[in-house]
Design a protein around this ligand. Structure first.
Ligand code: BG6
Length: 519
């Protein structure tokens, strides 16, 4: 069982494993979809194994597909075994968990669908003691968010709660709108039927252990924060590289592209955590207040400055792990002249006292040479170099003190520093001091969805995106989206699958005398 393993490890003593959750019913729209099978139900099962689900708990799945409760339970069991092999599957535990799973086929475009959900919830409330405490998780296409929220409101399942009241709650997945106007429109419509504190916008990056650790690392240690500013930091590189392509989501991705898919949400959240001021407390609003300030300090991009600050790319055919893979324009459901960027590199400038003059580089791309996400903080050099022979003219070969927060796949932190190689002469060697989550804690890392769902059950929105953050992020990205829409790319595809992106991205970072880290 997970909880025994967790409690056995002395490093985990003192962790708050006893966060209190009231009895509740959890309704998933899109229960037949991939996210439910791969992430949501496995996360709930993991919470169940750790004793973190409330005593009174019911999960009601709904979608158009016809299925009985039993068929739904079997489908979820098979998916768990297939998609969450790290979770211990035991007949006995699964049966206890599966007894709380229910399913109703409904059409969310029809009022009758909500009547079915309402009457089922009445039954479940009576059976599991969950009355009045309902979470609605929209694991559907974004185009259904508003119709479903309106349907829930019309049937009385969702009402505006006072700030002192916690229920009902609605969880929505990114993308939150397609641009600034549509995201404002979505929020205005949502706020007509419920208040902001009832809305949980999932950005799964915030649920990753290593992402949460950025705040702990910065603010629980006294030694790093005094260095965390323009006086000591030369520049920062945020990299999100994926070897995968669009994975059967060609139609979605062709419309979204790298900016909407990764940069506007996940990478902006990472950026805010790395650059924010210390919050006055770990309270959800206090931390989110500080994060939004970072976005407000970003120097806006203008049509004139874009070419010096942003580079786009699209992958062509190439090799990934020894196999040939098609270019983006040859992917299923992608048009042969799609102008969609599958790679974006940005140079961001932050206009505040802490970061003025420190370039922040960000890159995100599909079909790159390796799958790796990290934040690398490059410190300034020692003021006087006694060991000149050690430094190369090539910026990519040059050594700095670099602190790397490895988000995935290797989860950890490493600090690069110079040391004397043993021997009769003074030879400088650059080494890494490494911390690895896996070896240090020896425990299974909870998935992002486990943490985020638990927080939603508890009513803690700290790790969810607040509406002002979403808007500020769109506001920053919008001029870039508009410019790239207007000025069509003439050189696509401009990088090979399996490479590190277009050459222009190297030129972008070279403009300040830097080079991307070799990963
Ligand atoms: C999703 C994007 O939000 O995040 C995908 O839509 C991307 O395109 C994925 O592959 C990356 O998530 P992770 O957790 O694998 O880094």
């Amino acid at each position: 069982m997970i909880e025994e393993k967790v409690l056995d490890n002395p490093l985990l003593e003192g962790l708050a494993l006893d966060r209190h959750v009231d009895s509740l019913s959890f309704v998933i729209f899109g229960a037949h979809g991939d996210l439910t099978k791969r992430k949501l139900v496995p996360a709930m099962y993991a919470l169940f194994l750790q004793g973190l689900l409330p005593k009174g708990f019911a999960l009601l799945g709904t979608s158009r597909t016809k299925m009985s409760d039993e068929e739904f339970r079997n489908l979820m069991r098979d998916s768990l075994i297939k998609f969450a092999p790290d979770l211990p599957y035991e007949e006995e535990s699964w049966s206890r968990f599966a007894a709380s799973l229910y399913y109703r086929a409904t059409d969310s475009s029809k009022p009758e669908g909500y009547e079915v959900i309402k009457s089922t919830l009445t039954e479940l409330d009576a059976k599991h003691g969950t009355k009045g405490r309902h979470v609605f998780y929209l694991s559907t296409s974004p185009s259904l968010y508003l119709p479903i929220i309106k349907g829930l409101a019309a049937s009385g399942l969702v009402t505006k709660a006072k700030v002192s009241e916690a229920w009902p709650r609605v969880v929505i997945e990114k993308p939150f709108g397609h641009d600034l106007a549509s995201s404002i429109d979505l929020d205005e419509n949502i706020h007509e039927v419920m208040r902001e504190h009832q809305v949980y916008r999932i950005d799964h990056y915030l649920g990753k252990e290593t992402v949460q650790n950025i705040m702990v690392f910065r603010f629980a240690n006294g030694i790093f924060e005094p260095l965390w500013n323009r006086n000591h930091i030369d520049h920062i590189q945020i990299t999100n590289a994926e070897t995968i392509g669009v994975e059967g989501r060609g139609a979605y991705y062709q419309e979204a592209g790298a900016l909407r898919d990764m940069v506007q949400n996940h990478l902006m959240q990472l950026l805010a955590l790395v650059l924010m001021e210390p919050p006055i407390s770990m309270d959800a609003e206090a931390t989110r207040d500080e994060k939004i300030k970072v976005l407000r300090c970003l120097k806006p991009l203008t049509a004139e400055s874009i070419d010096q600050h942003a580079v786009r790319g699209q992958y062509g055919e190439g090799f990934i792990v020894g196999s040939t893979v098609p270019g983006f324009r040859q992917e299923e459901s992608v048009s042969p002249d799609a102008p969609t960027p599958t790679f974006a590199a940005l140079k961001l400038e932050v206009d505040n006292w802490r970061w003025a003059g420190v370039p922040i580089y960000m890159r995100s791309g599909k079909r790159l040479a390796k799958s790796i996400t990290e934040v690398a903080v490059h410190f300034k050099k020692a003021p006087h170099n006694l060991f000149a022979a050690d430094q190369s003219d090539d910026p990519s070969e040059r050594h700095d003190n670099v602190l790397v927060m490895q988000i995935q796949p290797e989860e950890g932190i490493s600090l690069k520093f110079a040391t004397k190689q043993p021997g009769p002469t003074t030879m400088v060697r650059w080494l890494n001091m490494d911390f690895k989550y896996g070896t240090a804690f020896g425990a299974r890392t909870p998935t992002a969805y486990e943490r985020l769902i638990l927080d939603c059950l508890i009513g803690d929105p700290s790790l969810y995106a607040r509406t002002d953050f979403v808007e500020a992020s769109w506001k920053y990205i919008e001029p870039l989206i508009e410019h790239w829409d207007k000025v069509k790319p003439t050189d696509f595809p401009n990088y090979k699958a399996g490479s590190w992106g277009p050459k222009a991205a190297d030129d972008l970072i070279a403009s300040t005398g830097h080079a991307w880290r070799k990963l």
